[in-house]
Design a protein around this ligand. Structure first.
Ligand code: HEC
Length: 257
């Protein structure tokens, strides 16, 4: 039943996913933009789930990484009846997820409603075509033995930078002023420092808004060369390590501040 439902959903999404032209307003002047459709691939909790733990984080996985710069607190909201539950939003660029963490435990044994705003945008320009609303029901317990956030050891980050980056990013005049020969140097030349492209290289605690991740991946033409530019790209595990290192810089910075 569940499998059939999601197969159907995927088929519908694939049909809807073909490129469509749309027009939207920009300072009064209509702008013709061709965008494709952003798809929600999975939802936790799933629609109509019951007995959801009261400390549950709501997580939606998209077909493309959403642009964390464009996300605000009204993009994903949680209600029970008419009451809105306060919480914070977090984008994970590599997982392609947007999640909502309620500030307090949810109330037990109640129907909850997730509302996802139309127009949520991904880095590739695709956007969510319609409002999405779905319900789930809480149980009365917290998640059994919730594992804590993985933290990255400084040694792991240091040896990744040494292995893949240090041979260029060192010396008296490292490329773009980025020195990756030590973690101190990495922090000094990247954390809170504006890139040549104008965005912050590392936003402390928030890899999804850090230019460094986009630069390493070089997903878009305007970003230029990937890093490292001359050898194999970083593996997904190595990218994750860089993202976790960024997320560990100066603690969490929620998006809706
Ligand atoms: C073969 C040499 C080489 C290696 C290896 C290398 N880089 Fe670079 N890097 C460059 C050059 C050249 C530039 C400047 C041109 C550009 O921005 O594409 C640069 C630019 C950058 C920038 C600046 C982007 C900006 O616009 O502010 C960052 C950040 C960066 N590299 C990170 C890394 C990381 C992280 C690694 C390792 C995973 C790495 N680089 C590996 C040569 C290298």
């Amino acid at each position: 039943m569940q499998a059939y439902g999601s197969a159907l959903l995927i088929a519908v999404l694939l049909l809807a996913g073909s490129v469509s032209a749309c027009t939207y307003e920009n300072d009064g002047a209509p702008l013709d933009v061709t965008t494709s459709t952003l798809q929600v691939l999975s939802r936790v909790p799933a629609p109509a789930d019951r007995d959801v733990p009261i400390d549950q984080t709501i997580t939606l996985r998209f077909s493309a990484p959403v642009d964390a710069h464009l996300i605000d607190s009204t993009d994903l909201r949680l209600f029970t009846g008419v009451l809105e539950i306060p919480g914070t939003l977090h984008v994970d660029h590599l997982e392609r997820t947007l999640s909502f963490s309620p500030v307090e435990n949810l109330r037990a044994n109640l129907q909850h409603q997730v509302v996802l705003r139309r127009g949520i945008r991904a880095h590739d320009g695709s956007s969510l075509p319609a409002v999405q609303v779905y319900d789930f029901m809480t149980g009365s317990r917290v998640t059994p033995d919730k594992s804590s956030q993985p933290s990255v050891s400084d040694e792991a980050a240091q040896s990744l930078f040494n292995l893949h980056c240090g041979r260029c990013h060192g010396g008296r005049a490292p490329p773009a002023g980025v020195d990756l020969t030590s973690l101190d140097a990495a922090q000094r030349t990247m954390v809170g420092v504006t890139s040549d492209a104008g965005a912050l290289r590392v936003v402390p605690g928030d890899h999804a808004r850090s230019y460094l991740i986009l630069k390493i991946e070089a997903l878009f033409a305007f970003i230029g060369l990937p890093m490292p530019p001359d050898r194999a790209l970083l593996s997904p595990e190595e990218l994750r390590l860089v993202a976790d290192w960024i997320d560990g810089q100066g603690g969490k910075s929620p998006l809706d501040n």
